[in-house]
Design a protein around this ligand. Structure first.
Ligand code: ZN
Length: 377
């Protein structure tokens, strides 16, 4: 029996491996020790044997409601990710697995590897509508890359759509969504995409936080900064990722912003808007309503009944990307939240919420963008 997390986005500390019916593990906190919940490791053992794994510090994790009705994600081939039942009692998360192959990878959600991230960038740059732009370096000296999609027609006064994902690196569903959205947008047989690109330039940052991703963090970058609390005052020392993206936004302008996330606790897909910002207006409210209504039709996974409490006017936290961008550019801005668990309105028993469903939601998002694009300014 053997356990390792010594790979891209791996996260687990082995405490005790003496008894296969009581393997003791702990999640390693993000740098700064403020957050943890993401785990990702590989168990090697004997086919047909049962193993009981206890994550003993689960009770100190960042979002305890995240463990309620949660099921872990696992894969034998690292392509198909299925759910493993867990129990959460007395601050301990217990995963029981009977091995069907020699090794199994177990994670908080289907990982989106740094290699896949680079594959995605390399694949899309061969498309004639795409240019890749190096925005700057992260603190671990990784590239922060912007995918710029334009049909090259500059005679039309185009809108500028910005999409960012994985400010919180453990929310891998965000990059799965971006992958689906990107390939749909570049599909020459997709009429929605073609029309959208006649009306808008699209700027996508598929991974806002590559350092946190590779390090196996839940929520922060290489120095423990929560990037989605940095937008009003980013710095090269603490949050170069946000600093560089804002610099570029200032040169392009922003007419629609879509910041993609995952939520640990709520088993639904929902939007969180900019209602509490100082300059929120009827115009932005109408745009938001239309976007939401069309997304509901485009994807049965999306709903608007359950979500975060709406900020009272003028009370928005302006360090959050969606709020800051909405205010700075007077534009429609939304945070999209997907579940780590499942969509309770439409549960998929074997997989729960999955990479595939995230990607489909990415494609559906284009329909909602097209629905509002003419009214963005
Ligand atoms: Zn998030």
């Amino acid at each position: 029996m053997h356990i390792t997390a010594n790979f891209d986005a791996g996260n687990i500390d082995v405490i005790n491996l003496d008894n296969k019916n009581n393997i003791q593990l702990a999640i390693r906190p993000d740098v700064g020790e403020e957050f943890f919940q993401w785990f990702n490791f590989r168990l090697s053992g004997e086919v047909g044997e049962q193993y009981v794994l206890n994550i003993v510090n689960a009770g100190q994790a960042s979002y305890l409601a995240g463990w309620e009705n949660y099921q872990a994600v696992a894969s034998y081939d690292r392509e198909y990710w299925f759910r493993l039942p867990i129990s959460y009692t007395d601050g301990k998360l217990t995963i029981t697995v009977e091995l069907e192959c020699d090794t199994i990878q177990i994670a908080y959600f289907a990982p989106y590897s740094y290699e896949r991230h680079q594959d995605l960038l390399a694949a899309v740059q061969t498309h004639p509508l795409v240019t890749l732009e190096h925005l700057g370096e992260t603190l671990d000296k990784r590239d922060l890359t912007l995918v710029n999609i334009s049909d090259g027609n500059n005679e039309v006064n185009k809108r500028n759509i910005w999409i960012t994902a994985r400010q919180h690196p453990g929310e891998t569903m965000a990059e799965w969504l971006v992958e689906g959205l990107l390939y749909s947008l570049l599909d020459s047989d997709n009429a929605t995409a073609k029309l959208l690109l006649e009306k808008a330039n699209v700027y996508i940052v598929p991974n806002m936080n590559p350092d946190g991703s590779v390090r196996g963090h839940l929520r922060t970058n290489a120095v423990g900064t929560n990037l989605n609390r940095e937008w009003s005052n980013p710095s090269l020392e603490k949050s170069p990722e946000v600093f560089h993206v804002i610099n570029k936004m200032e040169t392009t302008g922003v007419d629609l912003f879509y910041d993609v996330h995952g939520d640990e606790a709520l088993p639904y897909v929902f939007l969180a808007g900019s209602q509490g910002t100082p300059s929120y207006s009827d115009r932005l409210a109408r745009l938001r309503d239309k976007f939401s209504e069309v997304l509901k039709i485009a994807s049965a996974d999306f709903q608007s009944e359950v979500g975060y409490d709406i900020d009272a006017p003028g009370t928005a936290n302006m360090t959050i990307a969606t709020h800051w961008v909405a205010e700075r550019f007077d534009c429609l801005a939304n945070t999209l939240e997907m579940p780590f668990k499942d969509n309770n309105n439409l549960p998929f028993e074997d997989t729960g919420w999955s990479p595939e469903r995230s990607a489909k939601l990415g494609e559906a998002s284009l329909v909602a963008m097209l629905a509002v694009v003419d009214d963005l300014r």
